[in-house]
Structure formats: structure tokens, C-alpha cells
Design a protein around this ligand. Structure first.
Ligand SMILES: [Fe+2]
Ligand SMILES: [Fe+2]
Length: 137
């Protein structure tokens, strides 16, 4: 049974724009669970995964721009983590297209990403932002 992600207030990192994007990301993961469990067709499934991949890329650019704006000292390390996640996601999508991985593999990868990267690593940025940019909107 695939577990959906329930959005919690605790997941917020304290930057409104980023929290909004993270919440939307959980919505996309949950939509993927609904739609892939009851698959429509291969073309639709691939489009759905493409939607998620492009949203993730957009979100990473947005988050990194936030980091640039407030001189986050660990931005380069964080960008490496983003590059790594996108590359793993695209590998997962290709494996799925070639029938070398399952829906469950992709969902557990995305859930792991959300719980470890978004909740933990992005939270570190949120803490820095709160300490140093109290007046930046
Ligand atoms: Fe993020
Ligand atoms: Fe991030």
C-alpha cells in the first residue's frame, strides 16, 4: 500500500513562497500515487512524471535564487544535493519507462526525498533565513 504524504505545519521552513512550493510538491506526489495506481495509459503516465520532474527543477531554481538573495553560505553544497536529486529522478523515470522499475520504487524515492531533503536540509536553510533575514520578504 502506497502511503500519501499528509502536509503538516511542521514541514514549513518559514519562507512562505518555498513552503507553498513544497506543499504543492506533496500534492503532485499524492496525485502520482492516485493516478499511477489506477494507470490511465503509458503516454499519460510519462507526461505525469514529466510534470513532476519539471516542477522539481523549477522549485530548485526558485529555492536557490532565495539562497543567493540572502547569501546562504552553504548554497554550493545545497545545489549539489539538488543536482543529484534531479539526476536520480530522471534515472528513475527512465527505468520506469523501460519497465525496469515500479511505481512503488518511484514513490518511495520521492517520499524519501521529501522527508530527508525537504524536511531536513531545506529546514536548515529556513533556520538560517530566520536568523539573518528577519526583514527580507
Ligand atoms: Fe525545497
Ligand atoms: Fe532544497
Amino acid at each position: 500500500m502506497l502511503e500519501k504524504i499528509d502536509w503538516k505545519q511542521d514541514y514549513k521552513i518559514g519562507i512562505e513562497e518555498i513552503d507553498f512550493q513544497h506543499q504543492y510538491f506533496t500534492l503532485l506526489i499524492n496525485k502520482l500515487i492516485d493516478d499511477l495506481v489506477e494507470p490511465k495509459d503509458d503516454y499519460y503516465n510519462c507526461r505525469l512524471l514529466e510534470e513532476l520532474s519539471q516542477y522539481a527543477s523549477f522549485h530548485f531554481i526558485s529555492e536557490e535564487n532565495r539562497m543567493i538573495r540572502c547569501n546562504y553560505p552553504f548554497i554550493e553544497d545545497h545545489k549539489d544535493l539538488h543536482r543529484n536529486l534531479i539526476s536520480q529522478l530522471n534515472d528513475q523515470i527512465n527505468y520506469f519507462k523501460m519497465a525496469k522499475s515500479t511505481i512503488e520504487d518511484i514513490i518511495s524515492f520521492l517520499t524519501e526525498w521529501f522527508l530527508h531533503h525537504t524536511v531536513e536540509k531545506d529546514h536548515e536553510f529556513g533556520e538560517y533565513f530566520k536568523e539573518t533575514n528577519k526583514n527580507v520578504k
